[in-house]
Design a protein around this ligand. Sequence first.
Ligand code: ATP
Ligand code: MG
Length: 289
Amino acid sequence: MNSPEDVRLRLDAVDYLVDDGLAMAVYLSLRMGKPLLLEGEPGVGKTAAAKALALALGTPFIRLQCYEGLTAGEALYEWNYQRQLLAIRLAEARQEKLADADLFTAEFLQDRPILKAVRHDGPQPPVLLIDEIDRADDEFEALLFEFLGEGAITVPELGTFTAARPPIVVLTSNRSRELHDALRRRCLYHWIEFPSPARAASIVRRAVPGAAEPLIRSATEFVGRVRALELDKAPGLAEAIDWVSALAALGVTDLAEDDVPRTIGTIAKTPDDRLAVAAALVAARQESR
Ligand SMILES: Nc1ncnc2c1ncn2[C@@H]1O[C@H](COP(=O)(O)OP(=O)(O)OP(=O)(O)O)[C@@H](O)[C@H]1O
Ligand SMILES: [Mg+2]
């Protein structure tokens, strides 16, 4: 991808639509070989951006989903204790004794997503998505510094693995807590805004090709409008896509149709939100008459 415009076109070809800011951020991240940290509200397409990038580049996609309590053994690498035990037993049966150096070799090392990305030896570097880093404990971030800064992982017993071609790294966060400055410093940063009504409609159009054009326009406009209400959980693009898919599946072509109020479970996800969205829908339907 040799320009921000090229990034936009290649991502468009896999149905991921970017604005100028995101196209530039992705381009610079590829060009400079630096990890890209994406933040933004739920459902603005952070995870989808990394998947689309792998698809557009035709390269493997490796994902690390972060959660509370995530450890190095699950994210970086782990020693295969069962195989080590077996090796010890076999050695004992042969009346031999194994030294530590025999047990902590590459043979007993199990790749987890990050080491897997470093050791990948295909023709192209993989895209590694470290998703929802804010869900991991903050100490976990420190485990990533060497990898994010130098594309390397040190296994004390074996030495340092450095990627032949550094993986393309995308991190995402929902800002449920602040990330370390040291992590931010190692990344390029982009905040994904919720798209304009016109771009939201284009995104929904790609995702639900069978939906009627006026329905796409009025439904995305309505979702934009309810996002301005104080909801427990504002609907994002995923909800807009679900809603239009549901309506299209019911053969609905206009928000004024009778089936519409029964489908708001796709965009309102708590009892209070149901009430607020239902009231907004009544108002919108009256206006459109
Ligand atoms: N720019 C876009 N172009 C095409 N589809 C998009 C775009 N942005 C979002 N989508 C679609 O919207 C949906 C939600 O996106 P995604 O799951 O990536 O959001 P997210 O930011 O990772 O949300 P969360 O914070 O909840 O994980 C997906 O179905 C995705 O395909
Ligand atoms: Mg996500």
